[in-house]
Ligand binder design. Structure first.
Ligand code: SF4
Length: 409
């Protein structure tokens, strides 16, 4: 069987079926908005949750339901602020719309006692996977991030999810936190491994604003906090923390399958794997993006009120869109393919773009290989362990319009 599938169809369960579709549901509500957060979120608007859920249902009813729904992902924001009964109604609406239950339904949850969801209700709602925003199991790190929970609350939330029957729990961690040295990171990571989660995602604390984020910068106080904290960050420590995570999580039986993601066998995120394989998805809710799996991407109004006004007046929630040209599509295929530890399948790229990536990007590949960032074999082009630390540099030479010699030697 394996031999008659194209290589891109062997990338994992999600991409093995070329007719799958994926639904992202954005929930922008948070109890408080964290100073380092770049997501579309609002604080102190929990009273609008019922109205928002109605808007999501209305938007879903108006959107096409193509192919077979494989996954649903409730992301945010803090989706665990939405009552379990409302999550159940949303899952049910999606199942009705597509005519079948998806294989994976993930919901992001915060561990603070004040935001504790009804775990048993959530389990009964159709959610099969929980992504817990622990960030750290050390109180000094949580205080540095001004998170609203303690390490003890994080442990309790994990135990509560397990007690309710969730056998697929992912933990999000942040590294590169000022004041968190390598020994502290090791201690926190060991504590996380001790909880025996099914999946771990690691995110570097990103405090510098990307150029496009200056269009809607964070509030002045948050900006000052970010600048102060950024001055205390140390790239060398962050790199050592990432390497240590590769070592410790690997030794604990987790497979590193994507730049930021480790999973026990069979516990890889099917939803996120669909993004990295450039599968089509529908995004509903404020600021949610959708992609047709080829070259068209569009997005909803980011502001909560603009989104609610549009949907409630019967108008489209769509705020904009773009048609990706061929060089951009090819670059995205490389950028997302290289996120996977197994790399960019050369055959899939050839099938879509008519040329081997090694030929199309000969200079970038040669320079990347020469400086130890890229490795190549018959099947794939992939980042080396050093390349995983310097992924942005490794990608520079593939950018449309950027000369390959821009890649640092
Ligand atoms: S709780 Fe999470 S989503 Fe909400 S503001 Fe903080 S980091 Fe952002």
């Amino acid at each position: 069987m394996k031999g008659i599938l194209p290589a891109w169809a062997r990338m994992g369960d999600v991409a093995a079926d070329p007719i799958t579709h994926h639904l992202y549901v954005h929930v922008p509500f948070c109890r408080l908005v964290c100073a380092y957060c770049d997501f579309a979120t609002v604080g102190g608007r929990a009273a609008d949750i019922p109205r928002y859920v109605e808007a999501l249902r209305a938007e879903l009813a108006r959107r096409p339901a193509p192919e077979r729904l494989e996954t649903i992902y409730f992301g945010g924001g803090t989706p665990s602020l939405v009552p379990a009964a409302e999550i159940a109604r949303l899952v049910e609406a999606a199942v009705d719309r597509w005519g079948a239950a998806p294989a994976e339904v993930t919901l992001e949850a915060n561990p603070s006692a004040r935001e504790a969801p009804d775990w048993f209700g959530l389990r009964a709602s159709g959610v099969s996977r929980v992504s817990l925003g622990l960030q750290s199991l050390r109180d000094p790190d949580l205080r540095a991030l001004a998170r609203g929970h303690t390490a003890e609350e994080a442990r309790r939330a994990f135990a509560a999810a397990r007690a309710a029957g969730f056998d697929n729990v992912s933990i999000d961690l942040i590294y590169g936190i000022p004041g968190q040295d390598v020994a502290a990171w090791r201690e926190g990571l060991r504590a996380v491994v001790g909880l025996e989660p099914d999946h771990v995602s690691l995110y570097a604390l990103q405090l510098a604003l990307a150029p496009d984020e200056w269009a809607a910068p964070p509030r002045p106080g948050a900006l000052r906090w970010r600048r102060r904290m950024e001055a205390l960050q140390d790239d060398g420590v962050a790199a050592a923390q990432y390497r240590l995570a590769e070592e410790l999580l690997g030794a604990a039986g987790f497979r590193h399958y994507e730049l930021s993601s480790w999973a026990r066998p069979g516990r890889e995120s099917r939803h996120n794997s669909a993004y990295w394989a450039r599968r089509p998805y529908t995004g509903i809710g404020a600021g949610a993006h959708s992609f047709d799996g080829a070259g068209r991407r569009w997005w909803n109004h980011r502001g909560l009120d603009a989104y609610l006004d549009a949907v409630e007046s019967g108008a489209s929630a769509r705020a904009g869109g773009e048609e990706l040209d061929e060089p951009t599509r090819a670059f995205e295929a490389v950028a997302l393919g290289l996120r996977r530890v197994d790399g960019l399948p050369r055959e899939r790229f050839r099938t879509e773009f008519g040329v081997d990536p090694l030929e199309r990007y000969a200079d970038a590949v040669r320079r990347g290989a020469a400086n130890g960032l890229l490795a190549v074999d018959e099947e794939a082009l992939r980042l080396t362990p050093r390349g995983r630390l310097l992924a942005s540099e490794a990608l520079l030479g593939f950018l449309p319009g950027v000369p390959a010699d821009a890649v640092p030697a």
